[in-house]
Design a protein around this ligand. Sequence first.
Ligand SMILES: Cc1cc2nc3c(=O)[nH]c(=O)nc-3n(C[C@H](O)[C@H](O)[C@H](O)COP(=O)(O)OP(=O)(O)OC[C@H]3O[C@@H](n4cnc5c(N)ncnc54)[C@H](O)[C@@H]3O)c2cc1C
Length: 439
Amino acid sequence: MGSAISPQQLLRIAVIGTGPGGLSSAIALSELPNVDLRIYEKAGELKNLGAGISINLNGWKVLELLGIRGRVNGASTNPTVQRNAYTGEIVDPGVPHDPSDAYEARRVKRLVLQEALADKAPGHLIEFNKKLVGLEDLGKAGVRVSFEDGAERIVDLVVGADGIRSVVRQHMAPDYPLEYAYQIGWRCLVPAERLKDIPDLPLINTSWWYGKAKSLWLSPVDADLSNLTDIEFTARVFNEPPVPGETVSWGRRVSNAKVFSRFSDCDPRLIEVFNRVSEGNWTEFAAYAGPSMDSLTGWDKLVLVGDSSHPSAGGFGSGSAFAMADSWTLARAIEYARANATSDSIPSVVAEALRIFDTIRKPYYKAMADFRKSQAAVLKEVGRKDYADFDGDLRKRFGSDGLGAKRGKGFLAFVYQNDIGQTWKEFVECDQARWKTHD
Ligand SMILES: Cc1cc2nc3c(=O)[nH]c(=O)nc-3n(C[C@H](O)[C@H](O)[C@H](O)COP(=O)(O)OP(=O)(O)OC[C@H]3O[C@@H](n4cnc5c(N)ncnc54)[C@H](O)[C@@H]3O)c2cc1C
C-alpha cells in the first residue's frame, strides 16, 4: 500500500437532497477530515412526508453507526396479524413479540427518524431552495453543479440523494426506464384518542387487512403502548391503471372521498376508522420502479444513495435503512480510499472510493431487483379482482403454508438482517488479504 495523500487537500462534495439519504450522508461525510461539504435541497425546508416507517435490524444497525439509535424508537411490529379486509377474520396471527430482541422490527413515526437525522446533521451546511438542474463533467477539474436559481459550484463528488426521480441519475443514466408500478398507497396518522372507542378494533398490534387488489394497514408507532399518540393508517390499491396527469403524484394531499371510494365494502371497523380521519390528512404515493442499475456511480464523480439508485415501488418497506446504509458505506469508502491512496490526486481517490462503494452496494440492490422479478407473478395475483374463493386463497397465501411460515428472522434475511458494519468489516478484511498477497 502507498502513502496517504496530503491532508491539506479538501475533497469538495455536494449532496443533493435532504431525505433520509441526504441527511445521513450529511452526518457521515461531515465526520470525515478535510472535506468541504454542502447539502442542497430544492424545497424551502425539511420535509416530513409519510406517516410511519418500519425499522428492522438493518436499520437499527446503521442508526447505531450514525450515532442516533437512542433517538429513534417505536412499536414492535410483532405480532403482525393478517386479516381478511371484508370479514375481519384472522388468517395468520403472526410471530410473537420478543422483548429481549434489541433489533426487533419496529414501526416508528417517520417524523421521529427525520428529526433524529436532522438534529445530528450539520444544519449550517444545508442550503434550501436550491434545485439541481444540471451537471457537467469537467474531467480532472471535477463536476459543475448548476441550480435553478442560476448558482453554480464545482465539486469533486456529487452525492445524488435526490430520490426516485433523481436528476443526478438522469445525468448518469439518461435512458433509465422508471415505470409506474400500477400501485397507489395513501397514508395518514390518526390520533389514537379518536379510535379508542371503536369496538373490537385492535390498536396495540400491527394488522394487515387484505381485500381484492387492495390492502389496509393499521399500526401503533409509539414505543409505549400504554400511551398511544397516533395510529398509522395506510391504504393501498393494486392494478391501478395510470391516470394521465395524475399518476405521478408523490406526497400530494387527497380527499377522504377519493381514498374511501375504494374501501367502502370493507369490515365495519375499518369503515369507522375511515370516518375518523380528518379531511386533508391523506397523502398519496404512486409507486414507481425500475431495473437494477449497471453501476450506482458515474463519471468517477457521481454516486447515487437511497431511492435514486433502486426504484422499487416501496416493495421492501425499508428504503430509509437502505439510504442510510449507502451513506455510511460511502463515508467509509472515501476514508479507506484516502488512507490507502497511492497518489495525492483527489480525482483518483474519488474514483477508487466509488469503485469500493459500487462493489459493496450494487450486488445488494441487484439481489433485491432479482427478488422483485421472482415475485412478479405473486404481485399480479395480489392485484386480481376475480377470486372464486378469496378467503381460502388468502389463507393459502398468508397462513402456515404460505408467507406465514416464512415470516420471522429468516424471511428476506439478506435485506432485513443485513448488518452494514459487518459487511464493511468483511470488505476490509478481504481487501487487506488481497494487498498482503501482492506485497
Ligand atoms: C408508501 C411508502 C411507504 C414506505 N414505507 C417505508 C418503510 O416502512 N420503511 C422505510 O424504511 N422506508 C419506507 N418507504 C421508503 C422511504 O420513504 C424512502 O426509501 C426514503 O424516503 C428514501 O430516502 P431518500 O433520501 O433516498 O429520498 P427522499 O426521501 O425521496 O428524499 C429526496 C430529497 O431530495 C430532494 N430533491 C429531489 N430532487 C431534487 C433536486 N433536483 N434538487 C434538490 N433537491 C432535490 C427532495 O425534495 C427530497 O427532500 C416508504 C415509501 C413510501 C412511498
